[in-house]
Design a protein around this ligand. Structure first.
Ligand code: MN
Length: 224
């Protein structure tokens, strides 16, 4: 009898245990909607002055980027992109989801490319690849600025690499990112007016020329 009671207790314990384990597994398996969040800035909002003013950062990062992220989170609910990572959404979506996902990815890269201690020139393999493509860092900067100035209306200019590590400059309209062409984005300058109008008004070329002073080449090299 004692033995039977013992067996019953053990068996019920085992059953309870497996029910609990199953619940936990089911919870883990349930696909949670991906919730994108504003990345944390590695500098204060006034730290990039005078190249980018505090008010521009507060609006561009705190309002524009936040709005793209909020829109993206709302738009993907109940779609096949609900649990996808950001790069997959940018590669595979179109319309409003693409616009907001593209701008989320673009600005995540953009805002994490700056440092108040930035500037100077890239080093190592990235520097070699730039020299191989454009002859010199100075010449690359000129080509990049020219491309950024030539984007008609809103968009981006990107430094990107292909699978072999070869570099190219791409001009993208609106929310475009070279990732949709199978390239890896390394550095992007935002040429939407919201990026520079408070600080430079209509002088986009002047703004682009100033940005080199705050580029965190360590961050850019890490993407290469
Ligand atoms: Mn922007």
């Amino acid at each position: 009898m004692k033995r039977l009671i013992f067996t019953c207790i053990m068996l019920s314990g085992f059953l309870l245990g497996s029910v609990n384990a199953q619940n936990i597994n089911n919870n883990n398996k349930k696909t949670e909607a991906m919730k994108f969040e504003l990345p944390k800035l590695p500098y204060a909002t006034n730290a990039l002055e005078p190249v980018i003013g505090q008010q521009t950062i507060e609006l561009h990062y705190g309002k524009h980027l936040q709005t793209y992220i909020t829109n993206l989170n709302n738009l993907i609910q109940g779609t096949k992109f609900e649990s996808s990572d950001l790069e997959t959404i940018v590669k595979e979506s179109d319309g409003a989801i693409f616009n907001n996902a593209g701008q989320t990815l673009n600005h995540n890269i953009y805002f994490l490319s700056f440092s108040p201690n930035g500037g100077g020139a890239p080093k190592g393999k990235l520097a070699d690849a730039i020299n191989a493509e454009w002859g010199s860092f100075e010449n690359f900067k000129k080509e990049f600025q020219t491309a950024g100035t030539a984007v008609f209306g809103s968009g981006w200019v990107w430094l990107a690499k292909d699978n072999a590590g070869k570099l190219q400059i791409t001009k993208e309209p609106n929310a475009g990112n070279p990732i949709t062409k199978g390239l890896t984005p390394l550095l992007g300058f935002d040429v939407w007016e919201h990026a520079y109008y408070l600080d430079y008004q209509n002088r986009r070329a002047d703004h682009l020329a100033e940005l080199w002073k705050i580029i965190d080449w360590n961050a850019v090299e890490a993407r290469y």
